[in-house]
Structure formats: C-alpha cells, structure tokens
Design a protein around this ligand. Sequence first.
Ligand SMILES: [Zn+2]
Length: 269
Amino acid sequence: MKYFLLALLVVTLNVSAEKSREGVEVQKSRLLLLPASTVERSASQQYGQLMRAASDKGLLNRDPEQVNRLRRIARELVPHAARFNKDAEKWRWEVNLISSKSVNAFCMPGGKIAFFTGILDTLQLTDDEVATIMGHEIGHALLEHGRARMSEQVLKNVGISVAAAVFNLGQISAELLNQAANLAVSLPYARLHETDADLVGMELAARAGHDPRAAAEVWRKMSRLAQAVAKGGGQPPQFLSTHPSHESRIRDIEANLPRVLPLYTKAKP
Ligand SMILES: [Zn+2]
C-alpha cells in the first residue's frame, strides 16, 4: 500500500511537472489604462482605413494564391490563441495582403492582420516561417502590447495627472485615440515585448503543426537581408525598425525550443 501511494505520488508529480514544462512563459501587459474594447474599436477603424486606401490604389489582395495561403495559416493558428488571451475567442479576425515592396507584417489589437508582399517575396518565406512571423504578430496582440502602447501614448498626450484625476476615458477624443493607434503599429516594440511575442509565435506555430525552429531561421534571413541592404547604402527592412533585432533573440528562441518542440511533434501532420 505504501509503495502504491508512493508510486501514485511520483506519477502525479511527473504529470504536473510535465504540464508546467509544456509551452512558453510570458508576461501580460500592465499599463492598460484604455479599455480593450476602446482599443479594438480604434484599431479596427484604422485597419479599415488602411485596407480601403490599399484597395483604392489597386494594391489589396492581388495574389489570390498568397492570400489563401495566409488565411489558411491564420485559420491554423487562431484556435490556439485563447490560451494567451481569452478575449481572442470573440475577435473578428481579418487577414489581408498588401502589394508593396515593404518588408513588413503586423497584427493590430483585435486580430487585424496584414502582410506586405515584400516580406513574402524578399525573404522567400516557407509556410513554417510565415506561421512563426504571423504567430509573433498575433502574440503582440494577445499580450496586448499595442493596448499598452496606446495607453502610454494617450497618457503622454493628456498628461498623467489629468488621466489619474479624471480617469474619464469618454473625454479622450477619437482623434487622439486614432493617433495612438497609428503610433502603436509604427513604434518599435520593447525588447521584452519582442522576446515574449517570439515565444507566443513559436507556441502557436507548434500547436498548429508548423516547425517552431523556423522562428530562428526567419531572424537569420532578416539579418542577412539587413546586412545586404546596408552594404548597398539602403534603408533597413521596415520590419526591423518596428521589431528591433537584438543579439540574444536567436539565443532566446533556441533556448525555448524544448518547451514547444513536443507540441509540434504531437500536432504535426
Ligand atoms: Zn515584434
């Protein structure tokens, strides 16, 4: 009986250790002055404007094969998103492709995703690589990095004392919110946000049956491209200005592979 209980205990301990080892560990944002609903509404307006502008110029979703590919990969990743943010179940996800040489991609708060043809063509991305980039962008949205940055922008503009005293968000103008939403996709992310988005991206990709090792390869490709462009005296890829690369990025990605590779092994087709 004693041995049986001991064995049971060991088994139970193993199971819980196994559980806690599975998947990545990330931090949710703290400075969230603006309600999520306000942020998502504003992001959705900004996204709509951007897509209408692209459509007016004939630059929206011109390559059906690539659009279908992006939407298929999004459909594979999205069912796993609620693990990081329960609200994601209610998001109205959108995925669009803009014809532009710009090496860029983003996911605005509320699940509004855009890829530029430049990032697909220049980096010759495989499906696994698209999945880790899309997962990374979705990671920023799930961890509410955009909401945190919009809150910061609004605080900077209305003044901390006013915001703290009044805290009446109804007084924040639509214009100010739109400015903040714009800045939220054009400012560089903080280093910790980048690392956490990488980890979420790897886990979403792995759970969807995409090889999470592709995340490291994306950053290798990105840094080779940056070096090549710099040699020619050109501008660095836009993606790098909003997602600053740091030396330890690939190291962090590789250090976290053991947490997500088992998920990939289980999910892979
Ligand atoms: Zn990022």
